[in-house]
Design a protein around this ligand. Structure first.
Ligand SMILES: [Zn+2]
Length: 273
């Protein structure tokens, strides 16, 4: 049976199981939440952007890195910015001192200035202390279930450090998944985003589209975890769904999520064959 036919056949079977899962997720009974998500975060002293504003950290993440620094900051740790690298511009507040009526000295925000910073990936030189930690984590990638599916569809997977309130992400621009946790459910979530995008069903245009895309990804992840012998954290999934709409929206995601899950399982079956 070819892959397409297999995925099609699998789809109805998957949909049935996912309907069951959706009912459990939306039931009022307590659901299991036994997975412990570990988040890989760098010590703020190891990475300057750990102390930056949420907006600046967001700009860093958008540019596809977890570490960006100014030209001189890189030189201080023995690294050079590669020729032709494009800078990311962050906003740095500038204050002036003013004496208040009560005689205390206060910092008054005067203006923001833009400061160019460069991605770690655009530098070379001395290894950073945390690079070793990432190397160790990246060595464990081959044992991650379904990682071969990501490879097959041309999506690179690597570990990174979280610079914000996220466990991982899928970057459309770079076609890569970055994981900041050892939780398989997070990897399955990002893989679901990648496949949803590849199938042309992902929608990031507006908030409603993005929310539904998140629900599709998380619901698929929860299902895949149950299928590949990893404890699915239903409680986490429930909280995630609630963050992006109503728990009941999971039924709106059912068709799309079962297509995504069946596609992943068909690819996985082909790798194993
Ligand atoms: Zn997501």
């Amino acid at each position: 049976m070819d892959k397409k036919a297999y995925a099609e056949k699998k789809r109805s079977e998957v949909k049935e199981m996912m309907e069951e899962l959706a009912s459990r997720l939306t039931s009022s009974e307590a659901v299991a939440g036994y997975m412990n998500k570990k988040m890989y975060i760098l010590d703020q002293n190891e990475i300057p952007c750990g102390k930056w504003s949420v907006m600046n950290r967001f700009l860093v993440t958008l540019s596809g890195t977890c570490d960006a620094r100014g030209y001189d900051q890189w030189r201080q740790v023995g690294r050079q910015v590669k020729k032709g690298s494009k800078a990311i511009y962050i906003l740095v507040p500038c204050f002036s001192k003013k004496e208040g009526n009560d005689g205390t000295i206060q910092d008054i925000l005067k203006y923001f200035r833009t400061v160019p910073v460069f991605r770690y990936e655009d530098t070379e030189g001395e290894p950073l202390p945390y690079a070793e930690k990432l190397d160790e984590l990246n060595k464990t990638l081959p044992s991650l279930p379904l990682v071969s599916v990501a490879e097959k569809i041309g999506v690179a997977v690597s570990f990174g450090f979280s610079t914000g309130d996220y466990y991982g992400y899928f970057s459309l621009n770079d076609n890569k998944i970055v994981l900041c946790t050892d939780s398989e459910q997070t990897f399955f979530h990002e893989l679901a985003h990648a496949v949803d995008y590849k199938l042309g069903t992902a929608d990031f245009k507006d908030k409603a589209g993005r929310d539904l895309s998140e629900i599709v990804a998380e619901f698929t992840a929860c299902f895949l975890a149950s299928q590949y012998g990893k404890a699915a954290n239903l409680l986490y999934t429930r909280q995630y769904l609630a963050m992006h709409g109503k728990i009941g929206d999971v039924f709106k995601a059912l068709d799309r999520a079962s297509t995504v899950a069946a596609y992943i399982m068909a690819e996985a079956a082909e790798v194993d064959a």
